[in-house]
Design a protein around this ligand. Sequence first.
Ligand code: TYM
Length: 328
Amino acid sequence: MTKRLLTGLQPSGELTIGNYIGSIKQVVNYEKEYETFLFVPDMHSITVPQDPETLHRRVREIVGMYIACGVSPTTNHIYIQSEIPEHANLSWVLECHSYMGELSRMTQFKAKSDGKKEIGCGLFTYPILMAADILLYKADFVPTGIDQKQHVELARNIAQRFNSRYGETFVVPEPLIPKVGAKIRDLLYPEKKMSKSAENPKSSIFLTDPEKAIRKKIMSAVTDSETIVRFDEENKPGVSNLLTIYACLSEITIEEAERHFADARYGDLKKEVADVVVEKLTALQDRYAEVMKSGIVDETLDRGRDYVRPIAQETYDQVRRLVGLGRV
Ligand code: TYM
């Protein structure tokens, strides 16, 4: 049987080149090999306050971006999390099979709640909803950047726990983390990952950024005082990040990128990185404009919802019976 791959991008901000390299690009590479489920986890986004109109808009934009990036809208199942009620139903059942201790260890929760007086319960239990997203469709593989690895590991633990208590029910999913590009870094604070919700927009390259902004952000990216272009994530995170972006977008290895820039100064490195980013993103933005003008986003979402809902219903019904909910 064809293995299943599943992943999602939150509509909590404009997509960055980190989302493209860490997630979308992987999906484009794998989609011929696996049956692919791609969804927009909008229920995850309300774990922090959102403007409702913006959230509605972003849900459609994410789908448009998937398609513009080359994800096939006909062979993949593309859908919105909140249109399939079984995500929340299964999440509740899994919540009753999870522990406060394991959720307290999630580094993303610790980072997002750090220093906050009022911490939403959703922010704490969010990794369980993510486990439900994956287990509902019995996905074999979950491509993500490194930041989501711990959450996929939690999903594995919950699946194993449930299976050992009730018998084989869930597939235990494997994370697929790219060897290069699993953590594209913030341009100003390269010790952090590049994020959709960074405080300073100069920290991130957004997929919809115009050429001028892209060049300006890359030219002012933080490097170091050594002046030698080489890959060393620990001591030279800024330069290593620029090499990674260059290698990923040019489809070459890090070693090849290092050789290419062997005699270059940081200014030359930045200029060439900006050139490949601009080339990639302007082509993508042209396709994106076409996609958003056509009716393809809604057609794709309707088709995706109709295809995946019965799968979700079947899994949830199996789970409901196993744990004793409702009538037999
Ligand atoms: P999200 O929306 O923060 O990120 C979407 C995907 O992009 C990857 N990513 C990165 N990769 C490399 N470098 C970066 N700087 C970078 N920033 C983000 C993320 O690893 C992710 O793969 N909880 C998830 C969404 C989600 C999900 C799921 C994913 C909900 N349910 C089930 C997979 C399966 C999230 O917040 O990703």
